[in-house]
Ligand binder design. Structure first.
Ligand code: NAD
Ligand code: MG
Length: 392
C-alpha cells in the first residue's frame, strides 16, 4: 500500500509525541505532512528534523521566523507559518490523508472542523471540540464525508466494543448502556477538607497516565470524565441516561458496552495512549504499537466503585450541562478552561474550579447558538466573565 500522509495538530504535546512514536514505528506506512505547536520551538525543531514535514506551525511570528532560520541552517526544507489561520492550512493540506486533532482545549475546534469539511480521516483526541460544538461538529463530519475515529481511550474502547459499522442507533443494536471507566484521579482517596489545599503538582501527578497539565487537572476534578460523557453523547448518539460512569482505579478496562441480553463487551490493555492512537490510524486494520503487553498475572485485581459527586461535583455539572442542552456544554467547557488555568497559576484553590463552573452555568446565557461564530462568541464571553471573577 502507498504511504499515508498525517498532519499532527498539537505535535509537541503528550498525544502528539505518542502519535509520532507510532508513525516512527511504521515508516513504510505513514509520513508526516504538517506539525503544529503553540510555543515549544525547540521540540518542534527536533520533530521537523526527524519527520521532515512540508509545513510547521507556531503561534507567533517571532517564533516562526526563528524556527524557519534554524531549519534552513540545518538544511531542512520545511516551511514555517504562524497563527490560527495557519493551523487550518496545516489541517487541510491535500497531502494529508488524516489529521490527528491533539491541540488542548477549544483552540482545537476550528482546524479540526476545517479537516472535517474536507472529508479527511480525523483522529480525535481533542474532546473539547465535541463538548463545545457537538451537534455542528457531527453535522460537519457527515456533510464533509469525513471519517471520525475516537482516540480518547474510553471512546476508542467503546468504538471497539460496539458492533462494526454502528450507526448511532443504540436500541437497534441491542445496546443498553455505554459504561465509561474512570481512574478516579490522584485524589480518589482524599477527604473533602484536604482538597482545598492540593497543589497543581499534586493534581498533575496522575496514578496511571502521563498527560498534559490541563487534562491532568481535569482528571483530578473528574471534569475529564464529565467532558467524556458529553463526548460519548455526540460520538455514539447516546442520551445522558444511557451513559454511566464507574470508577476503576487500575485503568485496565478502558470502557464497556452493556448489551440488552446481559453481555458486556469491554476493551482492555495497558494504560498507554499509543494503543488507541495506532488503532485509529490503521482502522479497520490493526498494526503493532510500541506498548507493553497487558500481563494478567501481574495484576493485583480489578476493582470498581461509584464516583463521589460530593467531593467531585464537576462530573455532576457536566451531566447537568448535557441535559440542559443549548450552549450549556460550551459554557461549562470555557469556564473550566479558565478555572483550570487559574488553578495551575496558583490563583485559585482546586475546590474553586467546580464553584466557578457552577457559577458560570447559573449566570451566563445557555441558549442555543445557531452558528460557529455565535458559539465561539459565547465561549469568549464566558472566558471573559470567569476571568473577571478570578481577577485576571
Ligand atoms: P498537551 O498540553 O500535552 O499538548 C497540547 C498540544 O497543543 C501542544 O502541542 C501545544 O503546543 C498545543 N497547543 C496548546 N494550546 C494551543 C493553542 N491555543 N493553539 C494551538 N496549539 C496549542 O495536551 P495533551 O495531554 O496531549 O492533550 C491534547 C488533547 O488530547 C486534549 O484535548 C486532551 O483532552 C486530549 N486527550 C489527551 C490524552 C492524554 O493521554 N494526554 C488522553 C485522551 C485525550
Ligand atoms: Mg479519556
Amino acid at each position: 500500500m502507498s504511504s499515508l500522509g498525517i498532519t499532527v495538530l498539537g505535535a509537541t504535546g503528550s498525544i502528539g509525541v505518542n502519535t509520532l512514536d507510532v508513525v516512527a514505528a511504521h515508516p513504510e506506512r505513514y509520513h508526516v505532512v504538517a506539525l503544529t505547536a503553540h510555543r515549544q520551538l525547540d521540540k518542534l525543531f527536533a520533530q521537523c528534523l526527524q519527520f521532515r514535514p512540508l509545513l510547521a506551525v507556531l503561534a507567533d511570528a517571532d517564533g516562526a521566523s526563528r524556527l524557519q532560520q534554524r531549519l534552513r541552517d540545518a538544511g531542512c526544507t520545511t516551511e514555517v507559518a504562524w497563527g490560527v489561520d495557519a493551523l487550518e492550512v496545516a489541517a487541510t493540506l491535500p497531502q494529508a490523508d488524516m489529521v490527528m486533532a491533539a491541540i488542548v482545549g477549544a483552540a482545537g475546534l476550528r482546524p479540526t472542523l476545517a479537516a472535517a469539511r474536507l472529508g479527511k480521516r480525523i483522529l480525535l483526541a481533542n474532546k473539547e471540540s465535541l463538548v463545545v460544538a457537538g451537534e455542528l461538529f457531527m453535522r460537519t463530519v457527515r456533510e464533509g464525508g469525513a471519517e471520525l475515529l475516537p482516540v480518547d481511550s474510553e471512546h476508542n474502547a467503546l468504538f471497539q466494543s460496539l458492533p462494526r459499522g454502528y450507526d448511532g442507533d443504540l436500541d437497534g443494536n441491542g445496546v443498553e448502556q455505554l459504561i465509561l471507566t474512570a481512574s478516579g484521579g490522584p485524589f480518589r482517596q482524599r477527604d473533602a477538607a484536604s482538597l482545598q489545599h492540593v497543589t497543581p503538582d499534586d493534581a498533575c501527578n496522575h496514578p496511571n497516565w502521563v498527560m498534559g497539565r490541563k487534562i491532568s487537572v481535569d482528571s483530578a476534578t473528574l471534569m475529564n470524565k464529565g467532558l467524556e460523557v458529553i463526548e460519548a453523547r455526540w460520538l455514539f448518539n447516546a442520551p445522558a441516561d444511557r451513559i454511566d460512569v464507574v470508577v476503576h482505579p487500575q485503568s485496565v478496562i478502558h470502557s464497556m458496552v452493556r448489551y440488552k441480553d446481559g453481555s458486556v463487551i469491554a476493551q482492555l490493555g495497558s494504560p498507554d495512549m499509543r494503543t488507541p492512537i495506532a488503532y485509529a490510524m490503521a482502522w479497520p486494520e490493526r498494526i503493532a504499537a510500541p506498548v507493553k503487553a497487558l500481563d494478567f498475572l501481574a495484576l493485583s485485581g480489578l476493582s470498581f466503585e461509584a464516583p463521589d459527586l460530593q467531593r467531585f461535583p464537576c462530573l455532576r455539572l457536566a451531566f447537568d450541562a448535557l441535559r440542559a442542552g443549548g450552549a450549556a456544554s460550551a459554557v461549562l467547557n470555557a469556564a473550566n478552561e479558565i478555572a483550570v488555568d487559574a488553578f495551575l497559576q496558583q490563583r485559585i484553590a482546586f475546590t474553586d474550579i467546580p464553584r466557578l463552573v457552577e457559577r458560570a452555568l447559573q449566570t451566563l446565557s445557555l441558549s442555543a447558538c445557531d452558528s460557529l461564530d455565535a458559539l465561539l462568541q459565547r465561549d469568549e464571553e464566558t472566558r471573559a466573565q470567569v476571568a473577571s471573577w478570578v481577577g485576571i
